[in-house]
Ligand binder design. Sequence first.
Ligand code: 523
Length: 131
Amino acid sequence: MSDRVVVAGAVYDRGRLLAARRSAPPELAGRWELPGGKVEPGESGEQALVRELREELGVETEPLERIPGEWPLKPGYVLRVWTARLVSGVPAPLQDHDELRWLGPGEGDTVDWLEQDRPAVAEAVRRLADG
Ligand code: 523
């Protein structure tokens, strides 16, 4: 059986990257992630990402590019990440998160990222510096 895909967004706005602190489950609470969630049957990764960011943060986003790679999560799950542009709305921690933070250039290491998010975050921060 193939792994279940979890998608996450490196959401940019005005030269900053959005970081979200998880409030659940207990083993992940307090750690920071690129927000997202599980792809549902019949959805593309991009569709799932737009839906998850709408549900969790109340914003509309546009996926831009997939960050190359795929990272293992708990058994049976893998993480795929896209850069995304904030189209409208102000992100709010509606579900799954208790704090949000916009990180400017040079601030990529200022939060305690989940280990599995770190490679994609490093690439997202590089693109932020280049962009
Ligand atoms: N991760 C993770 N990093 C990351 C995300 C979005 C998710 O390591 N950037 C992990 C955390 C969970 C699993 O992937 O073990 C599923 O993520 P979750 O709980 O955000 O997915 P949802 O929102 O689809 O979950 P359900 O509410 O349970 O459907």
